[in-house]
Write a protein that binds this ligand. Sequence first.
Ligand SMILES: C[S@@+](CC[C@H](N)C(=O)[O-])C[C@H]1O[C@@H](n2cnc3c(N)ncnc32)[C@H](O)[C@@H]1O
Length: 226
Amino acid sequence: MSVREEFDEWAASGKDRGMEERHWHTAKHALARMPIEPGDVVLDLGCGSGYAGRALRETKGAGRVYGLDGAPEMARNAAGYTADPGVGYLVGDFDSLPFAADSIDHVWSMEAFYYAADPHHTLEEIARILRPGGTFYCAVNYYEENVYSHAWQESISIPMTRWDRDQYRSAFHDAGLYVAEQDNVPDREITIPDADEFPTDDWDSREEMVERYREYGTLLTVGVAP
Ligand SMILES: C[S@@+](CC[C@H](N)C(=O)[O-])C[C@H]1O[C@@H](n2cnc3c(N)ncnc32)[C@H](O)[C@@H]1O
């Protein structure tokens, strides 16, 4: 299956909004850290329902926000969730970003970067389009230290890249981005049942669920263009 086929199906079945709801628990904290000045141009890579761009317009006064997604149905849904003329959604691939060099102030991506066919090349593309001093906020829940995420690849046909913290850092460096910050953003909102309710359908023990959400959470790596 291609990115388009896989995620068009997700969009058609409403999974775009489901992801938004879950990812918002940690995404909002990472988005709040972005050093966006009013008027800045922002790109959301793998935007899904497009919630991140809309939030950055509302909370930080981002100027123009683009949401790029490889699945046309995702981009179509995202466009339908807003009437804001400052937000635009487009279909494109992480392999070749349709933006001029030095044209974007900040790039955001949540739970999407690891689907890139060639993540090193995608980082080079991001470094190319960022203005000097621009940032890339890369948030992922699928990563090596989060052992609870490892099985996700079995349920999706798109190859996923599972890097650890150090691999993210060195890949950013190789692409010419400084790493300004790397952090685990915990999900403090998901409800964790009492111990006597385990095992559940998804979790053997409460300790594992606590580790997954409250400790590992979302891995955030922040790159800065020189
Ligand atoms: C798991 S969803 C996350 C969506 C959204 N960022 C969120 O936080 O809910 C991943 C998104 O990335 C998009 N995507 C995956 N691989 C892509 C690629 N190579 N180029 C462009 N978009 C891609 C998918 O279509 C999908 O909408």
